[in-house]
Unconditional design. Structure first.
Length: 442
């Protein structure tokens, strides 16, 4: 397949911008990038698609998501008992919601979330799943939805002690079953790791068990880390000055572990994450929505942390998350110079590195040999677009609604804004029916 006549943003080391450019896809990979006329004459048998001057760029990678949040959309929390702090938000909304999810709820929540991401240009998702209403088979259900949507997915289940030992044990079992599944399948599209809710809902015995499981399966973790003050205060009550310090006792910080948020990190904790090759994933919209505080993004970048970007279920649109990360950083530091290097590094370099490590293929760039995870964006820049200013165009000019075509591993998932992999209208109808049923049970 040859995508021709587009403006190609390679996003590789050279960060080239090719006007009238073309990308040749062979199977699951990119075979060549070059000028349209040249590639068209070189590959006369290719299935040619005319991009009509649109942007051709790498697909977006969402480093922290919760597909299970789908049915919370539209819930009105403006009541007398509206949650007034982060722990109340968890208790009254998220934990209550995940305790009521059944198998059909999980399937439709996942499928809708993945399809919406695809419509907004996301080609890879790192999901952190919880459904204590139906733990058993839940990761199989989410995997099935991921496969049907065609997206690349790295999954985990939020193990927690918040619902007692029996529920904790079923989460451990589901996680271990999933680690066996991904080991057996050895797929470039489905992977995962051990999910942990957060330090303040994890007891000594559970942390000891998951650490042994990680040793056994050579796995890493995906865990909310110092998101709200309650997490920090819990660690202090247990005798540690910080969540990272407490979890370090259990060897949670291993290469590839995804620490999410890091809003309330204490002195020396960024160094622990950095020195253990962990990722810190920033989710600015979620942090502001939950009013938990502001991650010290500049300090983390200065410390050399691998700092990535996610959406945490607030949205599925990574372009939106880029805007908020940029605004939050500039506004909180009162320094409008910040953001220009830190944010693109997070979203295009570190997220890509995380995804590459997970799926074992080259992601986040358009170059020969990289996976054909490509999006086409309907954008006519009002000013020149070149190698020096691509990020300024992405930041101020793009949003997920402008994505026209989404391709993962050479497979067209959406073309001309039409989802190709499923009957979208039919799925959307089923989702609505299922959510009505869920809201009655919630
Ligand atoms: Zn989260």
């Amino acid at each position: 397949m040859l995508l021709k006549n587009g403006t190609v943003l390679t996003n590789d080391e050279e960060n080239k911008v090719l006007e009238n450019g073309a990308v040749l896809i062979d199977g699951e990979d990119i075979k060549e990038i070059g000028e349209s006329e040249i590639l068209e004459s070189k590959y006369p048998d290719a299935d040619v698609k005319d991009m009509q001057g649109k942007l051709i760029m790498p697909g977006m990678i969402n480093a922290h998501m919760h597909i299970y949040s789908t049915f919370a959309r539209g819930m009105d929390l403006k009541t007398d008992s509206a949650p007034s702090n982060f722990v109340e938000i968890l208790e009254k909304l998220w934990w209550r919601l995940d305790n009521h999810l059944n198998a059909d709820d999980i399937y439709y929540s996942a499928l809708y979330s993945f399809l919406t991401g695809i419509k907004q240009g996301t080609t890879t998702v790192f999901d952190h799943h919880a459904s204590y209403g139906q733990t058993k088979y839940s990761l199989d259900i989410v995997s099935k939805a991921a496969e049907e949507s065609g997206i690349r997915a790295d999954l985990s289940y939020e193990i927690s002690d918040r619902n007692g030992d029996l529920m904790r044990d079923s989460a451990l079992k589901e996680s271990e079953k999933f680690l066996n599944k991904i080991r057996e399948e050895n797929s470039n599209y489905l992977n995962g790791r051990i999910g942990l809710h957060a330090s303040f809902t994890l007891e000594h015995e559970t942390l000891t068990k998951v650490s042994e499981m990680a040793d056994q399966y050579n796995s890493s973790f995906h865990i909310h880390t110092a998101e709200g003050r309650a997490d920090l205060e819990d660690s202090r009550l247990r005798g540690y000055n910080g969540v990272v310090k407490r979890l370090d006792e259990y060897n949670i910080w291993r290469p590839g572990t995804i620490a999410v948020h890091g809003v309330h990190l204490q002195e020396g904790e960024m160094e622990i994450l950095r020195d253990n090759d962990c990722y810190l994933i920033h989710n600015p919209e979620s942090n502001m929505n939950n009013a938990v505080g502001i991650t010290s993004v500049k300090e983390a970048a200065d410390q050399g942390l691998m700092l990535g970007l996610g959406t945490d279920g607030y949205t599925t649109d990574m372009f939106e998350s880029i805007k908020f990360a940029d605004l939050m950083l500039k506004h909180s530091t009162q320094d409008p110079r910040l953001g220009w290097s830190i944010i693109p590094e997070m979203v295009f370099k570190t997220n890509a590195k995380l995804a590459e490590e997970s799926f074992g293929v080259k992601l986040g760039v358009l170059k020969e040999g990289a996976a054909a995870d490509i999006i086409v964006v309907d954008y006519s820049p009002p000013t020149k677009l070149n190698a020096e200013n691509t990020y300024a165009h992405i930041l101020f000019g793009l949003n997920g609604g402008m994505v026209d075509t989404t391709i993962v591993g050479g497979n067209i998932l959406m073309e001309n804004r039409e989802v190709q992999v499923v009957d979208y209208e039919k799925i959307a109808h089923e989702v609505r029916k299922q959510s009505d049923d869920f809201w009655r049970r919630f």
